[in-house]
Write a protein that binds this ligand. Structure first.
Ligand code: UFG
Length: 330
């Protein structure tokens, strides 16, 4: 019996494949390699290049392999892009998930763990954000993920497909041995941008606004280490395999760090100057997003180990230093 990892060549998916293989699971990966990297996939996993929206292709994978459960990471995930191209997000994320659920229903596959996002909450006023905080997405990306959650809900009612939706806050860091890490093109995420600046690959970091109502005026986010994040996925799978009810969990650390604090942490870790310049606010950025991870800790028994922002930054730095061009040229 294998776990099918959709989007297993991406930053987060590849860490999931790695940990599943490490705990002795048979793993099958599907990825269209539009943003993922073949080199990121653990050599012990079976790999199928293709798109989840191609039902014939996806059905063939289920035909060839004995699939027991699904991890679903295959989605577009850039907030800004989603505002400019909402239909891309509805097609890839919502229609893609529809095809996945159709094939699961036809094959009688009962368990799915999938990536949701803090973006489903929009801009809540009260921190930390719990799963009871109302959802109110402010961009098509968050809307598409909320829709995916709702599709799972109704498919559970109709077909008995059980799900866990994991609402990620800001995922960062890399596997501790630096064999896999974050490599996006174009890069838009704060931590890799800061470290590319430290390496001299970028001139400066533009701080997107310093007039927010936060202690230093820059935006505050809750950073969660990718290895801890994936640990929660393994626990969520166990939770479903034990017959527990479908639900959602926040994955964060209840600690907020501002953009400026992240740059300060990176200067300490790298010993580099990392020039910054204050620019205008980025459209759609909430001032503060901090999660309560209590539900995941209590119900899944999640125990994040790398909550210290310096550890997160150090593992990301080790990856960037050893992969100057990401997976292209090690
Ligand atoms: N930032 C800068 N300068 C940069 C890049 C980012 O100041 O060059 C700031 C942003 O304004 C934000 C923070 O750094 O305040 C983090 O930005 P990221 O782009 O790294 O991450 P986001 O918080 O925008 O988005 C992340 C995920 C999304 C997810 C969202 C949920 O990338 O997929 O968290 O809150 F939807």
């Amino acid at each position: 019996m294998a776990i099918l990892v959709l989007g297993g060549a991406g930053y987060i998916g590849s860490h999931a494949v790695d940990q599943l293989v490490e705990v002795g699971k048979k793993v099958v990966v599907v990825d269209n390699l539009l943003t993922g990297h073949r080199a990121a996939v653990h050599p012990k996993a079976s790999f199928y290049k293709g798109d989840i929206r191609d039902k014939e292709f996806l059905s063939q994978v289920f035909e060839k392999e004995i699939i027991d459960g699904v991890f679903h990471f295959a989605a577009s995930s850039l907030v800004g892009e989603s505002v400019e191209s909402p239909l891309k997000y509805f097609n890839n994320n919502i229609y893609g998930t529809q095809v996945v659920l159709e094939v699961m229903q036809e094959r009688g596959i009962k368990n799915i763990v999938f990536s949701s996002t803090a973006a489903v909450y929009g801009e809540p006023k009260v921190m930390p954000i719990t799963e009871k905080t109302s959802t109110n997405p402010k961009n098509p990306y968050g809307e598409s993920k909320l829709m995916m959650e709702k599709m799972m809900h109704w498919c559970e009612q109709a077909y008995g497909i059980h799900y866990v939706a994991l609402r990620y806050f800001n995922v960062a860091g890399a596997k501790l041995d630096s064999t896999i890490g974050e490599d996006h093109s174009p890069e838009t995420h704060l931590v890799p941008l800061i470290l590319q600046t430290a390496l001299g690959q970028r001139k400066e970091i533009v701080v997107f606004g310093e007039d927010y109502e936060t202690p230093d005026g820059s935006c505050v986010r809750d950073y969660v280490h990718v290895v801890d994040l994936i640990q929660a996925h393994l626990l969520a799978l166990e939770y479903l395999e034990q017959g527990n009810e479908s639900t959602v969990f926040n994955l964060g650390s209840n600690q907020g760090f501002s953009v400026k604090e992240m740059v300060t942490a990176a200067r300490k870790i790298t010993g580099k100057e990392i020039p910054t310049r204050v620019g205008p606010r980025r459209a759609g950025d909430p001032s503060m997003l901090v999660a309560s991870p209590d539900k995941a800790c209590q119900i899944l028994g999640w125990k994040p180990r790398y909550t210290d922002v310096e550890t997160i930054m150090t593992t990301a730095w080790n990856w960037h230093q050893t992969h100057l061009d990401g997976y292209e040229n090690k």
